[in-house]
Design a protein around this ligand. Structure first.
Ligand SMILES: Cc1cc2nc3c(=O)[nH]c(=O)nc-3n(C[C@H](O)[C@H](O)[C@H](O)COP(=O)(O)O)c2cc1C
Length: 214
């Protein structure tokens, strides 16, 4: 799968915000500044952080394709737009680019579908046929490192109908499996806080149904 030898890496000084701040303010950033490229050194930090995530039996099956070529991102953006609306057609019978109500949770994802083509960078996440459980810790590390560098990100997926064309666009071999794509860019806006269920609504202690005292 890879001839690369494992290497030790020191934590980069650039990731200086606290772990707590990164984890508690990391949220989906879909409004990306198209005019502010991400430095290659920062992309490397994110990929290095991603490489430090655990995988089952340390097999390290994840492969990532970082795309910064604007023409390729523009082509990918067209496919992403088609894929996003194909998913909504499957689920709700929606037409491409139809009006989405202001209070719909799909309003911002639809905006991303239109703006993906202008993202400064996109990371496509593949594996050597690994289950998602061995892939998504890598993706979370990538997104937390992005947060640490002030770079916005959001985990997104594609629709099967565009996969052959995506693979052609990036010369992806047939023996790897696509998992997700993560656009990256400096936010037009703030990271802010997230709205999540409280622990008391998601977590039990010692026995199913037994709420934790904290
Ligand atoms: C498995 C998964 C699939 C997702 N797919 C999309 C997507 O297709 N488009 C999109 O804009 N956001 C997508 N997201 C982002 C979620 O909508 C987002 O993380 C969630 O709404 C929480 O947003 P917040 O962190 O800003 O609160 C996905 C997230 C996950 C974990």
């Amino acid at each position: 799968m890879s001839d690369a030898e494992p290497i030790a890496l020191d934590p980069p000084e650039e990731l200086s915000i606290s772990l707590g701040e990164a984890m508690f303010t990391q949220r989906a950033i879909r409004r990306l500044d198209p005019d502010r490229p991400i430095a290659a050194a920062d992309l490397k930090i994110m990929m290095d952080a991603a490489s430090k995530a655990p995988t089952g039996a340390n097999i390290q099956p994840v492969r990532m394709l970082v795309v910064t070529d604007r023409a390729k991102i523009a082509s990918f953006g067209e496919l992403y737009h088609e894929a996003w609306w194909a998913k909504r057609a499957d689920a709700y019978g929606w037409e491409p680019d139809q009006e989405i109500p202001a209070d719909s949770p799909y309003r911002m994802p639809a905006l991303l579908a239109s703006e993906m083509a202008a993202a400064p960078a996109v990371v496509l996440v593949f594996s050597h046929d690994a289950p998602g459980v061995s892939v998504y810790p890598t993706v979370q590390n990538l997104m937390l490192a992005a947060r640490g560098l002030g770079v916005g990100s959001v985990l997104t997926t594609l629709h099967a109908s565009v996969m052959d064309r995506v693979n052609d666009l990036f010369s992806v071999p047939t023996d790897v499996r696509f998992h997700c794509c993560v656009p990256l860019g400096y936010p037009r806006g703030n990271f802010g806080s997230t709205h999540r269920l409280p622990t008391s609504g998601t977590t039990f202690l010692d026995s199913w149904g037994s709420p934790p005292p904290w």
